[in-house]
Design a protein around this ligand. Sequence first.
Ligand SMILES: Cc1cc2nc3c(=O)[nH]c(=O)nc-3n(C[C@H](O)[C@H](O)[C@H](O)COP(=O)(O)OP(=O)(O)OC[C@H]3O[C@@H](n4cnc5c(N)ncnc54)[C@H](O)[C@@H]3O)c2cc1C
Length: 407
Amino acid sequence: MISIGSPTTPFAGTSGTPSVLISGASISGPALAYWLRRAGFAVTVVEKAGALRDGGYPIDIRGTATEVVRRMGILPELREAHIDSRRCTFLNSDGSTLASLSPSTVSGGVEGQDLEVRRGDLAASLYALVRDEVEFLFGDSIDTLDQTQEGVEVTFRGGRQRTFDLVVGADGMHSRTREFLFGPEEQFNRYLGYCFAIFTMPNTFGLSHELMMWNAPGKAAALYAVGGDDELHAFLNFHLPEPPADTLRTPAAQRNLVAGVFADAGWEVPGMVEAMRGADDLFFDTAGQIRMPHWSSGRVALVGDAAYAPSFLTGQGSSLALAGAYMLANALATHPDHTAAFAAYEQGVRKFVTMNQALVDNGSATLFPTTARALVQRNTMLRDLVTLPAAAARPAHSALALPDFAA
Ligand SMILES: Cc1cc2nc3c(=O)[nH]c(=O)nc-3n(C[C@H](O)[C@H](O)[C@H](O)COP(=O)(O)OP(=O)(O)OC[C@H]3O[C@@H](n4cnc5c(N)ncnc54)[C@H](O)[C@@H]3O)c2cc1C
């Protein structure tokens, strides 16, 4: 149950309670909804999917974000949901074993503190916290947004028209809210030199609580058994110097591109490519970061991947989403108007975002070397890690000191 403070801010147009529409019900949307309710806002969340999306790949909650979920009271249940992988095994291009390491050694996480959970488990925990206090509109989305002096007039795809004091886009990397406010994504999506395909396939390998990763220069294939399940998360990642053309946005073209790139690959890759061809949950995308000079315009702001996706290559997307949602709600709870609040949000979070986005550069992801030379260097580093003590946690993961929540 959420304890509701009284809003201390004069955001509300006509009614006494300021209203906020959040677009997107994954991680940053429900997290923001929780903290805004704590601050006394009336919150509506619109999600284009017909229901909360479950399942999905594993995500990490680290450093500052662990403190956010602790303050939300869901740390114990997330510890229960922790995937607790036992090892990461790296394979040479002929399929022989290069090195077997503990997951935290590879990710720079802190064993016993940082969490790895299925994305759907985190989304479900966040949703359960707010569903009785927040209006959810599933199967709908924003069609038009018009800002006036008094508020934001919203027309939904489903035909409804409503006015809110504020709107926040929590609608992910390819945010439509961002497009409404600032124009096409290309201006802000910084391509990192990789494309990837993820899908599930049967666990015919007997893998349990472990990751296997095969590499050749510019190519990587991974199988991840997040439990002892019958299914594996399969992942095919490859280097492409320029982002693929728009024609590659159809699923058939994506499948052909991936199959072509991995045509001569060893290990279990041929079976993975075959599974990808038949997968009904294939997700193909480019690895990129959203970098924007500002995260708001007027009464509309962005949070999470919509504003500052760091890419899966950093493993920090969910952590930035949780920490960003907390900071945005706290800024709205403490500042006299939305202009001051959005400025404080940016000022409070920008450095943290920049540090995390700097964890990876174009074509330089440690786990995905793009040349034979870089692969040899990476392999030497992995072999050394087998005998070295675990590295210290990455400073970027905990670089944001959270203020006490104002409400
Ligand atoms: C393959 C992959 C692996 C990843 N691995 C990791 C990892 O290991 N660690 C990590 O921390 N992060 C990882 N991430 C990133 C992580 O999933 C995101 O950073 C995080 O989920 C961001 O949360 P978000 O709520 O801001 O956006 P999203 O999770 O993208 O959610 C956006 C929501 O908005 C909805 N939506 C979209 N458009 C509209 C619209 N027009 N109207 C209404 N709703 C809309 C979507 O349906 C979705 O529910 C990975 C991402 C991918 C793709």
